[in-house]
Design a protein around this ligand. Structure first.
Ligand code: SAH
Length: 357
């Protein structure tokens, strides 16, 4: 079976040609597909063609399994069911500059960051390009609104699913596809260093976000196992290469965890680290500060807003730009992986119940 949503229009045309169908049929099909319309409702395609296609193509579009709407700011958290019944999350946020969707790129995550809910059960599988694209399509169809910005900050590590993520990036920016501008796309990584070099060579003009979260190796390794493989120096060298190759600014994510990495000394150490690494490059340095979302299983505690603001002020005084991320959707469990966790818990409780009956 063929996953046509992971293909570009030219490839779908080739497929249609191999079925003896003209190119305009492929264009019609692709148009429906990008709107999330199922084969059975592609009304301008002949019924015989639709029946034939049903035996050839797979439908990998995520389906809305649950949806939580924030009563505070309208943020929507989607729990999507995939073709194999696995679930992932996406978050729809409304900003002044447009609607943003935070998407997942893997089912679960192998990286093991200690504060993160997504990684608690490990990684189950990669997402297909169509399943990444499909989150955007399904959210647009459900909301009736256009999504203009995409952040790859949901469940999973994008650079651990490199080939599918690159195919997704080519498709999402394709003028014949969803046509979302690369400058409106951010990819966040915990620091899979070799793939940062590979990504630089692909030269998508996206924004790279680095989940740094600490400024010395001992502290970073204690919360992010990936740091034992590629340490801070190796990571920042890759970042400098990325900046020099692409000219795209990099933003650094720093999750503030009480008593772990959130003192004024930590702020000064972070500022020095980034300024040193990027000296002579002229790169603008931006740090996104996030007060950790408390996840029961991780035991990490959140500090105060005042503490976070003080941390940001110190970075600003040192000549960096820093913002404390506003928490959208705080009433809908918006920290990555938490909704998927609760779904898995409910499913296993339901299973136990059935087994006990
Ligand atoms: N794997 C990628 C993208 C997914 S996580 C990465 O690590 O960057 C997106 C961001 O949310 C990362 O910066 C991650 O470190 C952060 N994050 C994960 N769990 C969090 C939590 N409980 N509180 C605050 N930020 C968290």
């Amino acid at each position: 079976m063929i996953d046509t949503l992971s293909m570009n229009t030219a490839q779908v045309k080739e497929l249609f040609a191999s079925l003896g169908e003209p190119a305009f049929r492929a264009t019609q099909y692709v148009g429906w597909q990008l709107k999330g319309v199922p084969l059975s409702e592609m009304t301008n395609l002949p019924k015989s063609l639709r029946e034939r296609l049903a035996t050839v193509v797979t439908d990998t579009l995520p389906r809305v399994e649950r949806k939580l709407v924030s009563s505070i700011d309208g943020t929507v958290k989607y729990l999507f069911r995939l073709y194999d019944a696995e679930v992932i999350e996406s978050v729809f946020m409304r900003y002044k500059h447009g609607n943003t969707l935070c998407i997942s790129c893997e089912v679960g995550c192998p990286m093991g960051c200690r504060f993160c809910a997504s990684t608690l059960g490990g990684k189950v599988r990669d997402l297909l390009p169509s399943e990444m694209l499909g989150q955007i399509i399904a959210a647009e169809r459900d909301s009736g609104e256009r999504i203009s910005n995409v952040v790859m900050m949901g469940i999973g590590e994008p650079l651990d699913n490199f080939d599918n993520v690159c195919t997704f990036l080519r498709l999402v920016g394709d003028p014949e596809g969803l046509n979302i501008g690369y400058r409106h796309i951010s990819l966040s990584t915990c620091g899979v260093v070799p793939r940062i070099y590979d990504l630089a060579k692909e030269a998508f003009p996206i924004t790279l976000s680095i989940s740094l979260h600490a400024s010395d190796d001992e502290a970073r390794s204690s919360i992010m196992p990936v740091n034992r493989k590629w340490n801070i120096q190796a990571l920042l060298d890759a970042c400098v290469f990325y900046y020099k190759t692409t000219g795209r600014r990099i933003s650094f994510e720093y999750t503030l965890i009480a008593g772990k990495n959130d003192t004024e000394a930590d702020a000064r150490a972070l500022g020095r680290l980034l300024k040193d690494a990027f000296r002579d490059t002229g790169a603008p340095l931006h740090v996104n500060l996030i007060r950790v979302n408390e996840v029961v299983e991780t035991g990490m505690r959140q500090g105060t807003v005042e503490g976070a603001n003080r941390f940001a002020d110190i970075l600003c005084h040192m000549g960096l730009s820093a913002t404390v991320r506003r928490r959208l959707g705080s009433d809908v469990n918006a920290a990555c992986g938490q909704l998927r966790r609760s779904e898995i818990r409910e499913r296993s409780q339901a299973k136990e119940k059935v087994e006990h009956e």
